[in-house]
Design a protein around this ligand. Sequence first.
Ligand code: FAD
Length: 298
Amino acid sequence: MEEQLKIYSDDVRRDEPMRKHTTFRVGGPADFFVSVKDREALVGVTTFLKENGIPYFLLGNGSNLLVSDAGYRGVILQLTGDLAEIAFDGECVRAGAGVQLMRLAAQAAERGLSGLEFASGIPGTVGGAIVMNAGAYGGEMVQVVESADIFFLGEGIVTVANPDLHFGYRHSVLKEKEGVVLSVALRLQFGEKETIIDKIADLKEQRREKQPLEYASAGSTFKRPEGAFAGKLISDAGLKGCAIGDACVSEKHAGFIVNKGNASADEIYRLIREVRDKVQQTSGYLLEPEVIMLGEFE
Ligand SMILES: Cc1cc2nc3c(=O)[nH]c(=O)nc-3n(C[C@H](O)[C@H](O)[C@H](O)COP(=O)(O)OP(=O)(O)OC[C@H]3O[C@@H](n4cnc5c(N)ncnc54)[C@H](O)[C@@H]3O)c2cc1C
């Protein structure tokens, strides 16, 4: 298998610790970890893996991901090279799925392009942001995306226009149907460069004040339930500071579970379940994790 993977990539690693690739800083080894540099290789490798029934997982920046301590029995695909390029053309921007959202937002701001200020503090890739319809402070990907090029097995590469991406709260068509995001076309607006940069600085300060950025985490652990805020429900259930090992409900923002140092994925997973159960007992709300679990848990 390693030899076949090397047809598509010159960077194929065995038993790669996933803690190096997740913002939670946890996760055991992936059988194979493959960096893919262009569309042809990505289409080729996913087709090969699918046809041979080998499990694979598209990794963005691992910022919404909990990988089990036993790791992942399959192939992790990471997008680099041409798949992480940005091209500006007036108010239109084309970005590869592997581009870091923060880098994209910063480059847009430098050019006086407004629209991505909300994304300047989200530590994910463009691909992950499309899948999740990432959003913050009133902005969401749905507001800036024109279309995305997605590889669907059996269909080839399809340019999917915004309405057909089925964006919703932390939802997109990629949650309904398996596909690989290759790139995205965005439309931004020219504005005052200074105003854009000030807005980014202001949002950064708000995050620094409210979020436990000093610890490893995957951001908000749970989705916002209809009519309530997960953080408030967790706080009202008296769970701030509640810990299992080094996995802890943040004192600063109860919506975040943080890794205070050497938490295991199992500890984080058990804490997620404990929080979910206690919140359900105290409020009746059943919280649904926003964090994606990869590998075996219990
Ligand atoms: C400190 C902190 C703050 C955060 N703040 C926010 C916030 O304000 N708003 C917000 O929405 N989120 C926030 N997050 C969560 C996270 O950054 C987002 O969900 C982000 O969009 C995930 O992107 P990623 O590239 O890291 O994806 P990953 O976590 O690597 O993957 C997420 C999902 O996307 C899939 N995926 C990734 N790339 C592709 C691709 N090319 N094709 C197909 N599928 C793909 C993966 O398979 C997986 O299912 C925060 C996280 C942290 C750690």
